[in-house]
Design a protein around this ligand. Structure first.
Ligand code: PCA
Length: 213
């Protein structure tokens, strides 16, 4: 079986994006998955043309997209992607959509079909903070996750996929006050544990991932 893991290029004035750095630390095999990686541009339109091209070329069984959520403490497993682009800052090509649908013929939202609860638990077992997130935001990460699930839905494919947001790494917060960060090695340990928890034929575990906001 094959898993595609994607990360994003740096954006918003940062020099690096930990989601791309983590790709370099992944082994070629994780449990029974052959691992393929791809860096995605932090650009609304090109993020999806790039992703769809790799999906067509590699035909992975599982797709795990990763992005940076600066300010979050935990590795977060996204539950849902919504059909809206509402950019707080322009993307890397200067485009800043406000309240635009991603796909006119898409659902309002798609749920991740990864076993997010099992993945959270596996990361926690490594001693790292993890939780379910109920919003991937309205920027390029939500756009990519929505596009991925739209693609799977349109093709009626058996692929499973979803999105993980990761915190800043320590190097990124040296000049920031009171902003959470995680060690890059720990993030990669967490991602590997999350991938090991993916079993295509098994239902997710039933534990709470709820939060008030
Ligand atoms: N994070 C951004 C886009 C690229 C990334 O790594 C986001 O959360 O939308």
């Amino acid at each position: 079986m094959k898993i595609l893991v994607t990360g994003f290029e740096a954006f918003g004035g940062e020099k690096i994006n930990p989601s791309s750095e983590v790709l370099k630390l992944l082994p070629n095999r994780i449990s029974n998955f052959e691992v393929v990686t791809k860096e995605i541009p932090t650009v609304f339109r090109r993020s999806l043309t790039t992703l769809f091209q790799v999906l067509d070329d590699e035909k992975p069984d599982v797709i795990l997209c990763i992005g940076q959520a600066g300010g979050r403490r935990e590795i977060t497993l996204e539950r849902v992607a919504i059909n809206i682009d509402d950019a707080r800052i322009p993307d890397n090509e200067g485009y800043q959509p406000i309240d635009e649908k991603i796909f006119a013929d898409g659902e309002n939202a798609y749920f991740s079909n990864l076993p997010i609860k099992s993945m959270v638990e596996a990361i926690r077992k490594k001693g790292l903070e993890a939780m379910v997130s109920n919003s991937a935001g309205t920027y390029v990460c939500n756009h990519l996750m929505y596009g991925l699930l739209y693609y799977i839905n349109q093709k009626n494919s058996k692929q499973i996929g979803g999105f993980i947001h990761i915190p800043f790494i320590h190097e990124q917060v040296i000049d920031k006050v009171n902003v959470a960060a995680m060690d890059l090695q720990d993030i990669s340990k967490g991602i590997i544990a999350a991938i090991e928890a993916i079993n295509i034929n098994q239902e997710d575990i039933k534990v709470t991932g709820g939060s008030i906001y």
